[in-house]
Design a binder for this molecule. Structure first.
Ligand SMILES: [Zn+2]
Ligand SMILES: [Zn+2]
Length: 438
């Protein structure tokens, strides 16, 4: 072959090869988007509450079986774990959540959920995928199917989990306690994603470092000396003590924590007394605490105890009847995206959807139990990616009217299903391919 001819052949060969891999990728993404949009509508109409994801888990297991995974069902509850080994290479974990919320859907969509379930106390509650976990499952299943179809484009092991009970923060913990990282191949990193109505579909949100806050719940029982409302001098009024505590708690964030440290102290419930003319014996309060650093939350808890004790002492309560402050053991730790992993993900995502579709997001004060996977002895780097979910045209209209899209947990949450699923599958597949190969 003459040199000139040979030089011509090389670029043609390479471009054909690259072209065919890209085409296979694109065709598979389109095929899975269509299939998963159908699955998503089904999941949307059959939502299940936390710890009751029985049928949903079966559907996720079926998706994994279809893709050729080794499947373990009922892993610490309704969790479904899948492993796909494809030669020597990294182990990458991909997680979706499965649970819905006790919310009555008011979107008016043709596939509106009309589902109601009976709770333990006999009450009937409506159920809706108001946090977009139906989309998460569809993106997860679509990514899994795409990666299984593109097995010749990567080498390594996929560890995937469809996780129960994210909304009550129990699912990740149960999976870890049951040996997710010891009974299966140990992942080199773990990825997850969450829809974000504040971003347009087609875009993703990414940040290295803090993403979701840590969550703790506290309970304060304030004791008093009850009696007749007409004889306050013969009583010690716990309602007055509790009121003082509520106000003084407001100074923790404003006066005791650095303004540069994100912390929330919210008293969400306060209950005491039965009648206007009775001073009660006790008042109970429940608080939600949000934080990013262990030092900050330790300081907050110490301050809550000190403020509560001082208010009761000031009112003359004896030492043995000072307020009881309990901090719930179960905690949702903060989700901190590993910086190095996030930078890699940003690189892969830029290649596949362009830098203009990647938004740097701010840390949120809501919680997500995905953080638990990054807090075990195995010290696994994690990264959670936001998936934009509001139709761009709708976003324009809303912006013009000075309005915002309905937020997560809203009965009117109305994501742009198909485009969000497509972008999710495309980006997550590319991320896994990138991490496996580069
Ligand atoms: Zn939620
Ligand atoms: Zn959620």
């Amino acid at each position: 072959m003459k040199l000139r001819k040979f030089l011509l052949v090389i670029p043609i060969f390479f471009s054909m090869n690259v072209f065919s891999q890209t085409t296979v990728f694109e065709l598979e993404v389109m095929k899975q988007t269509a299939a998963m949009t159908v699955l998503c509508r089904d999941l949307h109409q059959t939502p299940e509450l936390s710890l009751q994801e029985f049928e949903t888990a079966e559907k996720m297991a079926a998706e994994l079986q279809k893709a050729g995974f080794e499947v373990t069902e009922n892993f610490g509850g309704n969790n479904v774990v899948g492993v796909l080994k494809n030669g020597e290479g990294p182990v990458i974990m991909l997680r979706t959540d499965m649970d819905a919320l006790p919310v009555e859907e008011k979107t008016g969509l043709p596939y509106t959920s009309t589902k109601k379930v009976k709770t333990d106390d006999g009450n009937e509650v409506p159920v809706m995928h108001a946090c977009g976990h139906d989309i998460h499952m569809s993106v997860w299943a679509g990514t899994v199917q795409t990666l299984a179809a593109l097995k010749n484009q990567w080498k390594g092991t996929l560890l995937v989990i469809a996780q129960q009970a994210e909304e009550i923060s129990g699912g990740a913990g149960l999976a870890i306690e049951n040996g997710l990282f010891t009974r299966f191949p140990k992942p080199g990193c773990a990825l997850a994603f969450h829809i974000n109505p504040e971003l347009e579909s087609g875009k993703i949100g990414l940040v290295g470092g803090p993403v979701f806050a840590g969550v703790k719940t506290a309970e304060i029982t304030v004791f008093g000396k009850g009696g007749h409302g007409a004889y306050p001098e013969k009583c010690i009024d716990p309602i007055v003590i509790a009121s003082r505590i509520v106000l003084d708690l407001q100074t923790i964030v404003s006066r005791e924590i650095s303004p540069l440290e994100p912390v929330v102290v919210t008293v969400g419930s306060i209950h005491g007394g039965t009648r206007p003319n009775i001073i009660p014996d006790e008042v109970k309060m429940e608080l939600t605490l949000r934080y990013y650093s262990d030092e900050a939350i330790a300081k907050v808890i110490a301050a809550i105890k000190r403020i509560s004790r001082s208010a009761a002492e000031m009112a003359g309560m004896p030492t043995e009847k000072l307020p009881l402050v309990t901090i719930e053991n179960a905690e949702t730790p903060p989700v901190i995206n590993n910086e190095e992993l996030s930078t890699k993900i940003k690189g892969f995502a830029t290649e596949i959807i362009g830098a203009e579709n990647i938004v740097k997001t701010m840390p949120a004060m809501v919680g997500e139990d995905f953080g638990k996977y990054g807090r075990t002895a195995e010290n696994i780097p994690i990264c959670l990616i936001w998936l934009g979910s509001t139709n761009p045209e709708l976003m324009k209209e809303l912006n013009a009217q000075g309005k915002k899209p309905f937020p997560l947990h809203s009965p009117q949450l109305n994501p742009d299903y198909e485009k969000t699923i497509e972008t999710g599958i495309r980006v997550m597949t590319e991320n896994v391919l990138g991490l496996m190969n580069k």
